[in-house]
Structures are given as C-alpha cells and as structure tokens.
Design a binder for this molecule. Structure first.
Ligand code: NDP
Length: 340
C-alpha cells in the first residue's frame, strides 16, 4: 500500500531561509499556480524568485509582486530549491546547459513529472536532492482549489537523497503548494512515467480506435453523421459518465443508466476476452514505455515539433486522423452547425 502524506506529516520549517526558484511561470499552468500557493502558505516573497524569459508571463509575475529574473545562470547561483516547471521536452536542454553548471552542490531539484528523471536526461550532482511533487491536476485547478481551501491529488517521491533531508523537504514543499491537504500519495518517477505514458500510448489510442471503428460500423448501418456525433460524444454523455465514475465509482455509476443499458454494458464487458488486449498492453508498457524505445523515438522528432505545416510530425498525424470517417463526419456536422 502506498503511503499517503497529510499536512501533519509535513513541516514548513524545512523551507526556512531557503531560496525557492521557479523555472517557468506560465499563467494558468503549474509555475504560476505553485509559486502563488507557496507564497500564500507563508514562504516570504523575498525568498521566491521566478526565472522566466522576458515576456508576458514574466510581466504577469512582476505584476503579482514576484521577483523575476531572466538570466538563468544567475538564478541558479542563488537557488536552494528549484521547481522545474517548463515543458518536459525542453527541460534537458535548458536545465543541463543554463542551470546545472551554476547550481549549488546541495540544491534540491523538484520535478512535476517523472519523464526526464526516469529516462536520466537531467544532469544532477550526486550531492543534490531530486524529488518529484507531481499534481494530478492542471495548474489553474492547483490554484483555484488552494484558494478554496481544498487540496488536490498529487504524487510525491524522493529520487535522490543527496543531503539526507530530501523527504522532509519534499513533504514541506507538497504542503506549501497545497498538496498534502487531501493527501499526497507516495510514488516514484517510474510509476508516474509508466502510468502517464501507458495512458497516452496504450489506453487512449485504443479508445480513439474504438470510437473510430464504432463510428464507421454505425455509419455503414445507416446512422447519420449528425446523430452519431451527438450520440457518441457531443452530447457530453461520456464526460458525465467519467465524472460520475470519479464521484461514485467506476462500476457503481452504471446505476444511473437504464436497466437495458446496465445489463448490456456489464454483460457485454464480462463476455469479452481480454487476452489479446492484455498482451498488447503489456507489449506497449514493457517494450515501448519502460524500455525507453518511445523516449528515444520521440527525441528524434522533438525538434521538428517547432516547425510549420507538414514538416511538423504532429500536423501530419492530425491530418491523417482527420481523414477517417469519424473525422470527416464531425467536420461536416460542425460546419453545418456553424461550430469552429
Ligand atoms: P508548460 O509546459 O506550459 O511550460 C510553460 C513555461 O515554460 C513558461 O513559463 C515558458 O516560458 C517556459 N518555457 C517554455 N519553453 C522554454 C524554453 N525553451 N526556455 C525557457 N523557458 C521555457 O507548463 P506546464 O505547467 O504544463 O508543465 C510544467 C511541468 O509540469 C512539466 O513537467 C509537466 O509535465 C508538469 N505537469 C503539468 C501538468 C499540466 O496539467 N499542464 C499537470 C502536472 C504536471 P516563456 O514565457 O518564456 O514561454
């Protein structure tokens, strides 16, 4: 059983006199939310520094009274605790080149996602602490839940205990951003990366494929694009089902459906043979995610993600996906309804 840490397990005194630097302050995302929560938890403003390129986000941070610096090398020199809150794909380049060389031997690095630590893409000194404090929420919710006095789900782990004080520090930081209010779950970068990439590369691709195939089968049976688009997702029924699953239970939420629906869903799912899908899922998890195959593949194309048009591999994938019957049908319906 994973440990769950609450406010009482965390002592903010572990942050006394430490200079906390946020690398990345994107309004609405993690940087801005966590920095504001930390300050509102009583960490003095003069001990918080926002490291961001000079732009609108830096201006927003200044307007909120934060001290802002755009020279990352200088920021590194004064850092005791670094929140690494820039996109995962740019972290190795920015951290390793601009931050790591000037960082103190005893600094603590805090990541909000396991990816770069699990795949060993960041250059840490063995004397430094490396911890994960990973909210399971978008930044705007991290902030709004804190403002309402509520907590949010979060994973916490110690990945390198250079100072021998990494756990109390990680817990204090979790408390300061508001994560231990409802309980921060003990995890690891391996677990976080495995679950995150598995969901993205196994679970959701299968759900996308299931919807695409279901759409084509029902279209062939004479159902209209208009009826299908509304029936399958535009009515927001799937969103409501997942909300009820979260509030009441994954299976128990079925009780809101008609008896015909409950019988059809439960009986249908129990009759399905999961052997092939389980083997496929294991293959993705072990041979694509945990083996590092995907990470190596992604590192070959990540620079192309900045490109325009067809030179950008993501744009190519969008074009292909929109060519499916589902993609074309939805396009027609949305155009007819005057929707973007
Ligand atoms: P973003 O990935 O949107 O990062 C935005 C910030 O990164 C901005 O401050 C931006 O600064 C800065 N940035 C972007 N490119 C560069 C660069 N090349 N050099 C310097 N700064 C740069 O923030 P997120 O909050 O989405 O993600 C931060 C971390 O949090 C990631 O590890 C992510 O996995 C994790 N996370 C994200 C969640 C989410 O819901 N988004 C949920 C939980 C964890 P500028 O103003 O200069 O553009």
């Amino acid at each position: 059983m994973a440990k769950i840490y609450y406010d009482a397990d965390a002592d903010l005194a572990n942050l006394a006199d430490k200079t906390v630097v946020f690398l990345g302050y994107f309004f609405g995302n993690q940087g801005a939310a966590q920095a504001q929560n930390l300050r509102d938890s009583g960490i003095p403003n003069e001990k918080i520094l926002i490291a961001n390129r000079e732009d609108g986000y830096a201006a927003d941070a200044k307007a909120k009274g934060f001290n802002v610096i755009s020279d990352f090398g200088k920021a590194a020199e004064v850092t005791d605790i670094l929140f690494l809150l820039i996109p995962d794909q740019v972290q190795p380049r920015v951290f390793n080149k601009e931050f790591a060389p000037n960082l103190k031997d005893t600094a603590a690095i805090v990541v909000a996602s396991g990816y770069n630590v699990f795949f060993k893409l960041l250059d840490f000194k063995p004397t430094q602490d490396v911890v994960m404090v990973a909210p399971r929420m978008i930044g705007s919710s991290v902030r709004s839940l804190y403002e309402k006095g509520k907590g949010f789900p979060c994973f916490v782990s110690v990945e390198q205990d250079g100072t021998g004080r990494a756990l109390p520090l990680a817990l204090a930081l979790s408390r300061a951003i508001g994560a231990t209010k409802t309980g921060a779950i003990e995890s690891s970068v391996r677990e976080e990366t495995a679950m995150d990439l598995f969901a993205e590369q196994a679970l959701w691709p299968n759900i996308i494929k299931l919807f695409t195939e279901a759409y084509s089968v029902l279209k062939e049976a004479g159902c209209s694009d208009e009826a299908l688009v509304y029936e399958m997702w535009m009515s927001k029924e799937p969103a409501e089902i997942f909300e009820a699953a979260s509030d009441e239970g994954f299976i128990k939420q079925l009780k809101h459906h008609s008896s015909v629906s409950q019988y059809g869903q439960l009986n249908g799912a129990l009759k399905l043979d999961g052997t092939a899908i389980r083997a496929h899922f294991k293959d993705i998890l072990y041979n694509q995610v945990l083996s590092g195959k995907f990470q190596r593949e992604f590192s070959q194309i990540e620079d192309d993600l900045e490109k325009e048009g067809d030179a950008n591999p993501l744009n190519q994938l969008y074009s292909k996906s929109e060519e499916t019957e589902l993609g074309q049908g939805e396009k027609r319906v949305r155009a007819r309804l005057g929707l973007p």
